[in-house]
Design a protein around this ligand. Structure first.
Ligand SMILES: Cc1ncc(COP(=O)(O)O)c(C=O)c1O
Length: 477
């Protein structure tokens, strides 16, 4: 018989930690069971939650089981993206093995800023696996970041240093420099231009074509006009899956624009790039092997919990050139590179672990099939909406985002009609949708990136919206 482990000598010991761990495992299991199927409605925040959450800082201890129960109760009345009928925004769906990965990661609390042995190898392997999965075709540099916004900023900082070497040390010295991106790009690209000191006005918003993809000819013309004016083109940012409609810019055509001009081509694939791994949508991403860098958010369409973004960079040492520091409290030995030399952050969790476990436990084929299922479900939703006379689909899905509306009845305010409908649908709580605007037309948007979503969950969308629309018409009468 093995002897019992000696008690912890920590100054903050968790009393009866085995029992508390069992209790926490029970709460997690209960949560997972609750997420398996949609619930009838979203329970409201009650007075007891408000009372609990207005209490002052506790000076003394309390029972950990009771505290965990209170936390679970608060979370139960919070909007949880992992539910199968959460279609608002580009959600994340808390893959179970990823949740366990997070718990294990936090227990070890490795700092992915400094050399950390096995963790560094795991981090590097995950970058290679994502590279292979999406078909990037040979990243020589890369990093895990908190989200797509930070991955985009990181890539564009490297592009700026590449376009204007020494910018990080000497500043711009009056050099004007620009970014080029789709009119429908995520605002994180605009913000990156602002934060990097290029100026928001020098983020050129290029018009989109009939398929809502950045027009490559207009992009080339904008770069050439800037070159004539002495403005340095820092990067073209293609979007592989716009947040609004899932449009994928033509990467081959944009590579054809960037290569002869020596301009860095970054792909914001935060939402859509995992679909490059699928037989159905893979063709949309042709040219990915010619781009300089790409963002993929694993907490979106690779299903792991937030926050887990991957930045792949083709140029060796591009990140190190942009971010590395030699500090007396952290000297480099010889050619040694610290993980922090590649990031904007300093202390970092080992974000790669949950994605490593996801690939290891499920395998790439099952993950690819789950993405395929979401693509099919978006097509199913578009079909159902097309078939019902009360709906109008505003942008046919290229990936898994569907924008649609209920055309306002005669006399109704065209702007408020769909917004009020959205509020009514979300208030009822059976499904959750987002508000959007396509070509100035207010509409509803569903984005399907959840491994728990079934076809029946998708069928609930037109059913729930039609019900609320009919109710609104009855109220007008
Ligand atoms: C295309 C695109 N890029 C970037 C982002 C920002 O990602 P994050 O919220 O992980 O920072 C999003 C978020 O939805 C997105 O859809």
């Amino acid at each position: 018989m093995s002897s019992p482990a000696p008690p912890s000598q920590a100054s903050l010991p968790l009393q009866d930690r085995e029992g508390v761990l069992d209790h926490a495992a029970g709460l997690i299991l209960e949560t997972w069971r609750g997420l398996d199927r949609a619930r009838a409605t979203q329970p409201p925040v009650e007075d007891r939650h408000r009372e609990l959450l207005s209490r002052p800082l506790p000076a003394g201890p309390s029972d950990p089981r009771g505290a965990l129960d209170l936390a679970a109760d608060v979370l139960d009345v919070s909007i949880t993206q992992a539910r199968p009928r959460f279609f608002a925004y580009v959600g994340s769906s808390g893959l179970e093995i990823g949740v366990l990965g997070d718990a294990l990661m936090a227990s070890h609390d490795v700092n992915a800023a400094v050399p950390a042995g096995g963790a560094d190898l795991l981090d590097a392997q995950v970058l290679r696996w994502v590279d292979e999965f999406v078909g990037f075709g040979g990243a020589r540099d890369g990093v895990m970041a908190s989200g797509g916004a930070i991955s985009n900023l990181t890539a564009l900082a490297a592009a700026r240093e590449h376009a204007i070497p020494g910018y990080r040390h000497h500043g711009g010295h009056g050099v004007r420099a620009a970014l080029y991106t789709s009119a429908e790009a995520h605002y994180s690209v605009q913000r990156a231009g602002e934060v990097l000191g290029l100026g928001g006005e020098l983020v050129r918003r290029i018009p989109v074509d009939a398929e809502r993809r950045m027009d490559p000819e207009a992009c080339a013309a904008a770069i050439d006009a800037d070159l004539r004016d002495g403005i340095v083109p820092v990067a073209v940012v293609a979007t592989a899956g716009t947040t609004l409609t899932g449009a994928v810019d033509d990467l081959s055509a944009l590579a054809g624009v960037c290569e002869p001009r020596g301009v860095w081509l970054h792909v914001d694939g935060a939402y859509g790039l995992p679909a490059a791994a699928t037989p159905t949508a893979g063709h949309r991403f042709a040219g990915l092997d010619r781009v300089d860098s790409a963002t993929v958010d694993a907490h979106k369409w690779l299903y792991v919990p937030k926050a887990c973004s991957v930045l792949l960079v083709r140029r060796p040492s591009a990140l190190e050139t942009t971010f590395s520091h030699h500090e007396t409290y952290m000297p480099h030995e010889g050619e040694q590179v610290h993980p922090v030399d590649r990031t904007l952050e300093y202390s970092r969790p080992l974000r790669a672990l949950k994605l490593w476990l996801a690939f290891k436990v499920h395998g790439a084929d099952a993950i690819r099939a789950a993405i395929e299922r979401n693509l099919r479900q978006a097509a199913l939703l578009a079909e159902l909406l097309h078939a019902a006379p009360e709906f109008e689909v505003l942008a046919h899905p290229q990936l898994s985002a569907v924008c649609f509306r209920v055309p306002p009845p005669a006399g109704a305010d065209p702007v408020r009609h769909n917004l009020e409908l959205l509020h009514a649908v979300n208030e009822e709580g059976r499904i959750l949708l987002a508000a959007a605007e396509v070509d100035g037309i207010p509409c509803l948007r569903a984005c399907i990136v959840n491994h728990r979503t079934t076809d029946d969950d998708v069928r609930a969308i037109p059913a729930a919206v039609a019900e609320q629309a009919a109710r609104a018409v009855d109220e007008v009468r």
